[in-house]
Write a protein that binds this ligand. Structure first.
Ligand SMILES: Nc1ncnc2c1ncn2[C@@H]1O[C@H](COP(=O)(O)OP(=O)(O)OP(=O)(O)O)[C@@H](O)[C@H]1O
Ligand SMILES: [Mg+2]
Length: 144
């Protein structure tokens, strides 16, 4: 089954490495110039997933939690990865002030943690992934 079909059905991972491998696979098939909205609570694996995306895009520098940065840009050999943590943003005006559009050079992927904080700003063609943790402690990922 393709990675897209698997994500539609819902995938379970038993380690951070497995989540990254999944993200690496997705990175290879994502449409160009896409916003990826990563939903899920604290510690569910959003940043871990973005690390896998980065590997897939050929980013060599480390990807960390952008909580104190808001926005990090990583230029990979395959495409530009923009990583936004919206946790501390309240509304569209704040995200507009980051002028993200000005930094996005095609082909790009903008991965957003806490997208519900800026729901009105997230474009209609964004892909939404729900991350969670199952009762057995494994992590779950599903595309809406
Ligand atoms: N199957 C798994 N998938 C992803 N992460 C896992 C898994 N199993 C264990 N982990 C661990 O869970 C933690 C997930 O942390 P991560 O920073 O990615 O979460 P986050 O959703 O970005 O949190 P925050 O909301 O604080 O930004 C990491 O320490 C990772 O190693
Ligand atoms: Mg995070």
């Amino acid at each position: 089954m393709s990675i897209c079909d698997r994500l539609r059905r819902g995938v379970t991972t038993a380690s951070a490495g497995e989540t990254q491998a999944l993200a690496r696979e997705l990175a290879a098939v994502l449409p160009p110039d896409i916003v990826l909205a990563l939903h899920g609570t604290l510690g569910v694996g959003k940043t871990t997933f973005v690390q896998g995306l980065a590997q897939g895009f050929g980013v060599t520098e480390p990807v960390t939690s952008p909580t104190f940065n808001l926005l990090s840009l990583h230029r990979g050999g395959v495409r530009l990865l923009a990583h936004l943590d919206a946790y501390r943003l309240d509304d569209g005006a704040q995200v507009e002030s980051l002028m993200i559009d000005d930094f996005l050079v095609s082909p790009w992927c903008l991965a957003v943690e806490w997208p519900e904080k800026i729901a009105a700003w997230v474009p209609a063609d964004a892909w939404h992934l729900d991350l969670g943790i199952a009762a057995d402690g494994r992590h779950t990922l599903r595309r809406r």
